[in-house]
Design a protein around this ligand. Structure first.
Ligand SMILES: Nc1ncnc2c1ncn2[C@@H]1O[C@H](COP(=O)(O)OP(=O)(O)O)[C@@H](O)[C@H]1O
Ligand SMILES: [Mg+2]
Length: 261
C-alpha cells in the first residue's frame, strides 16, 4: 500500500498489536483512512474487529503500535478526550440509559456537546433551552424516531435501541464514526432504513463500520478491510474482495475442509 494522499489521511493504524495474556488477538495491523472515506471491516467472529475499535476509540491500549489522528499520535489519549477530538463509537451491545426516555438520552448528549450547565435539566419543563430541543427534534425527525421520543428506552425494540444509539453518536457531530455491527438484531426493513440514513450523512464524515451483513458493507463502504488471524488479510473495493479466493474460503467455511494451516 502506497503512502500517497498524505494530506487527506485522517487516521493511521500503524503496526497495531494486541495480546490478552497469552492470547494474541491482533498481530500487526496497518491501514490508513482518508477524510470522508467509508471503511467496512469484516472478518469471522473473534477476528479482533471489536478489539481494533477499542484501540482506535481509546477504550483499550495496544500491546504495540501507534494510532495517529489528524497528524497527532493519540495512542495514549483516553477515550473521553478522543470523543472531544471527534472520534465517536457505538457499541456492539447497547450502551443506553434505559430508564430514561429517548429524548432525555439525546438531550444529555446534546447538552454536553453544547457545553450547557447541568442545571438546565431543572428548567426543562419551561423549555428554556429551545435550541437544544429544536436540535433534538430535528435529529429524531430525521432518524424516524419522533413518535418514540417520550418512550423509555427499555420499552423500545432492540432494533429501535440500536437506532437511538446511532443517533446519539451522530448528535455529537463527530469527524470519525465507528459503528460496531449497527444493524445486528435489526429486521430487514430496519436495516435498509439505517443503511439509507447512513448514506445520507455528510460526505465529510468518515465512517468505519464493522458488519456481518454484506448488503450493508457493500451498500456503504468505499473500501473493505478483511481481518483474519490478527492480520489484515486484504483490503480493496467490492470487486477485489468478492473475487478473492481466501475471502471466499473464510466466508464459506471451506478452510475447515482443507485445514492444512
Ligand atoms: N478484554 C478481553 N480480555 C481477554 N480476551 C479478550 C478481551 N476482549 C476480546 N478478547 C478476545 O479477543 C478475541 C477477539 O475478540 P473481538 O475483538 O471481540 O473479536 P470480533 O469483534 O472480531 O468478533 C476473542 O477471542 C475474544 O475472546
Ligand atoms: Mg465484535
Amino acid at each position: 500500500m502506497g503512502k500517497n494522499n498524505r494530506n487527506s489521511t485522517l487516521l493511521t493504524v500503524d503496526n497495531i498489536g494486541k495480546q490478552f495474556g497469552g492470547l494474541k488477538v491482533l498481530n500487526s495491523i496497518n491501514f490508513e483512512v482518508a477524510k470522508g472515506e467509508r471503511i467496512g471491516i469484516i472478518g469471522p467472529n473473534g477476528a479482533g474487529k471489536t478489539t481494533l475499535f477499542n484501540i482506535i476509540a481509546g477504550d483499550l491500549e495496544p500491546t504495540h503500535g501507534e494510532i495517529f489522528y489528524k497528524g497527532l499520535r493519540i495512542t495514549k489519549v483516553p477515550n473521553y478526550k478522543r470523543v472531544r477530538q471527534g472520534i465517536v463509537r457505538t457499541f456492539q451491545k447497547n450502551n443506553l440509559l434505559t430508564e430514561l426516555t429517548v429524548l432525555d438520552n439525546l438531550l444529555l448528549v446534546l447538552q454536553r456537546k453544547m457545553k450547557l450547565e447541568k442545571i438546565w435539566f431543572q428548567d426543562r419543563l419551561a423549555r428554556k433551552f429551545s435550541p437544544l430541543y429544536e436540535k433534538a427534534d430535528t435529529l429524531l425527525e430525521k432518524w424516524g424516531l419522533s413518535d418514540r421520543k417520550d418512550s423509555f428506552v427499555r420499552n423500545l425494540s432492540y432494533g429501535e435501541q440500536r437506532q437511538v444509539e446511532i443517533v446519539l453518536g451522530i448528535a455529537t457531530e463527530p469527524d470519525v464514526l465507528l459503528l460496531d455491527e449497527p444493524t445486528a438484531g435489526m429486521s430487514n426493513a430496519e436495516t435498509k432504513y439505517i443503511l439509507n440514513l447512513l448514506n445520507s450523512l455528510s460526505r465529510e464524515l468518515t465512517i468505519l463500520i464493522i458488519e456481518h451483513d454484506m448488503d450493508v458493507i457493500f451498500g456503504l463502504a468505499d473500501k473493505i478491510i478483511v481481518l483474519y488471524n490478527g492480520e489484515v488479510l486484504m483490503e480493496g473495493d467490492r470487486e477485489t474482495v468478492l473475487s478473492d479466493e481466501r475471502v471466499r474460503e473464510i466466508y464459506l467455511g471451506e478452510e475447515a475442509a482443507n485445514a492444512s494451516g
